[in-house]
Design a binder for this molecule. Structure first.
Ligand SMILES: Cc1cc2nc3c(=O)[nH]c(=O)nc-3n(C[C@H](O)[C@H](O)[C@H](O)COP(=O)(O)OP(=O)(O)OC[C@H]3O[C@@H](n4cnc5c(N)ncnc54)[C@H](O)[C@@H]3O)c2cc1C
Length: 513
């Protein structure tokens, strides 16, 4: 069914994070006018990982009317100010990719132009010193942004959470909005006579479920859009060769850090995600370069608390569906494509897909022009994230293993090559229309990965040299003072109603927030 009638029934296949996010949001927006059924199979289960996010998730929870403290409590979550990258540029070095912004622009002069001019002259501090999020992270501190003109207004944050508990919370909201859950295994798909749309899905118990719109949230199998409708897969593993991960939770230890940690390893990288009740850990690697046993052994040897389970192996392929929406089927989540969790973007892509889908169903009917537009926008979003991820592997000084040499030597997509060339010449970074990542992000990673810069944007010369130096000093001092006023992350959690009942963590010292 394309363009020939209103949508009255939506079927979502899959009850992982993607499926329940879709059911909750569509229920909230379309509920009452559209019947929403979600089919999932307990026998098959969910991928069960996905614990770190980026700031737009705040807007998604707000759309559902989820209170932040309730959310943190229900998911045993914590706050995230960015990502610490260890050993990525070369072994022994670290940098921080913060949310929020670095210092303010001075009239028409972007902060990064001013900073670059002074850095090349040898009198600027490292970038992190101008970021409230980076400084707070270093101190293990957190608070929400504060109104006013101080750096505390620039705090950007996201969350770490237990993906299983988040799915449970979303289910509660989806069912509250009228979505119906159906337990069952999809064993067949009946196509329309054209072969380009779906009439119904068949369950193992013989039930046939028809709908006007199908949302494929079936995970890596991509049951509807891939298997039934035959939409191809664009493989990006030549740029992002990691194809496996081994994951294990460990006991929470030490203060609750307000950031994700990513440590580069011989043939990939390892994540550390702090939650209230445990720490999530995983090693993402390329199976061409490392055996599963070696990956698991490296992971288990580097945990900072006792393992709480056996390590679990996950296989994946990096890339995307050639189309995200075809006929009356839209793919979300792993069914639509996957890029490794280096910048915590998968759940965001689910959210972006849902937001666009809602935007494109104003008449509650499928219009081919909307379908094409949806595909264009989602393609641009996937590609811009892909390029940002590739940057981390390409711009490295590591040459210690065949894996890192291969990454450093690979040709990259033209748009990324252009960004790198512009940056090298002038230190300029920019955010294009479809970019999820801001100038702060591009600058943090380009600088952190050690890309050398030959010049600066001459707009910085609008500010006399001694004034420029004084301004940078002031921004740095004010940022440090503001960070010093923030409470520890533990204390913030304990004093803002974010602790799960009976699971109180002992707050470490620091002022009240
Ligand atoms: C190693 C790894 C780490 C990750 N880390 C992050 C992260 O830090 N941040 C982030 O944003 N994302 C992360 N992700 C991605 C994130 O986990 C997923 O995007 C998210 O969980 C959505 O998954 P999903 O719902 O699409 O698929 P799944 O969780 O796999 O759910 C698929 C659903 O489909 C159902 N299903 C499948 N086949 C059938 C059938 N035949 N009949 C009925 N039901 C069926 C299953 O029962 C299940 O309910 C990570 C992914 C991996 C692999």
């Amino acid at each position: 069914m394309t363009g020939d009638g209103p949508i009255r029934r939506i079927v979502i296949v899959g009850g992982g994070t993607a499926g329940w996010m879709a059911a909750a949001a569509l229920g909230r927006i379309l509920g009452g006018t559209v019947a929403i059924t979600l089919v999932e199979s307990e026998e098959i289960g969910t991928v069960g990982v996905g614990e770190a996010t980026i700031p737009p998730i705040q807007a998604f929870n707000a759309l559902l009317g989820i209170d932040e403290a309730d959310f943190i409590r229900a998911t045993q979550g914590s706050f995230k100010l960015g990502i610490e990258f260890i050993d990525w540029r070369r072994e022994g070095e670290r940098y921080f990719h913060p949310f929020g912004v670095y210092g303010p622009d001075i009239g028409p002069v972007p902060f990064e132009a001013l900073w670059r001019q002074r850095a090349l002259a040898g009198d600027a501090a490292p970038l992190e010193e101008y970021s409230i999020c980076a400084l707070a992270a270093r101190q293990g501190a957190f608070m929400r942004p504060q109104p006013g003109k101080t750096p505390l207004a620039q705090i950007g944050y996201a969350y770490h959470f237990d993906a299983g508990l988040y799915a449970r919370l979303l289910r509660h909201h989806a069912e509250g909005a009228g979505a119906i859950r159906r337990e069952g295994r999809v064993v067949g798909v009946a196509l329309a006579p054209s072969g380009c749309a779906i009439d119904a899905i068949m369950l193992a118990d013989g039930t046939r479920i028809a709908a006007d719109l199908f949302i494929d949230c079936s995970g890596f199998r991509s049951l509807l859009i891939g298997e039934a409708l035959g939409v191809g897969f664009e493989d990006w593993s030549h740029w992002l060769p990691n194809d496996r991960a081994v994951a294990v939770p460990s006991a929470a230890s030490g203060p609750l850090l307000p950031y994700t940690r990513s440590t580069a390893r011989k043939a990939g990288w390892q994540w550390r995600i702090p939650l209230q009740h445990r720490t999530g850990n995983g090693y993402v690697y390329a199976s061409d370069h490392l055996s599963d046993d070696e990956a698991a052994a490296t992971l288990m040897a580097s945990l900072d608390g006792p393992a709480l389970a056996e390590p679990r192996l996950l296989r994946f392929r990096t890339g995307r569906r050639a189309r995200f929406w075809t006929g009356n089927c839209v793919a979300l989540g792993l069914a639509s494509g996957f890029m490794e969790p280096l910048e915590s973007t998968s759940i965001h892509l689910v959210q972006a897909g849902i937001a666009r889908l809602i935007e494109m169903l104003p008449g509650r009917a499928i219009e081919p022009a909307d379908v094409r537009r949806y595909n264009r926008l989602m393609t641009a979003e996937f590609e811009s994230i892909r390029d940002f991820l590739i940057l981390h592997f390409k711009a490295t000084e590591r040459r210690d293993t065949a894996y890192w040499r291969r990454n450093a030597d690979m040709p990259v997509p033209e748009a990324l090559a252009d960004r790198i060339a512009i940056y090298r010449r002038t230190g300029r970074v920019f955010r294009e229309a479809d970019d999820l990542f801001t100038k702060t992000s591009w600058l943090a990673v380009m600088d952190g990965q050690g890309l050398r810069v030959g010049g600066y944007d001459p707009i910085a010369d609008m500010i006399p040299e001694n004034e420029a130096r004084a301004m940078l000093d002031r921004i740095r001092a004010v940022t440090a003072i503001a960070a010093g006023r923030m409470p520890s992350h533990d204390r913030f959690i304990a004093t803002h109603d974010c602790t799960a009942a009976g699971e109180h963590r002992r707050p470490s010292s620091g002022p009240e927030g």
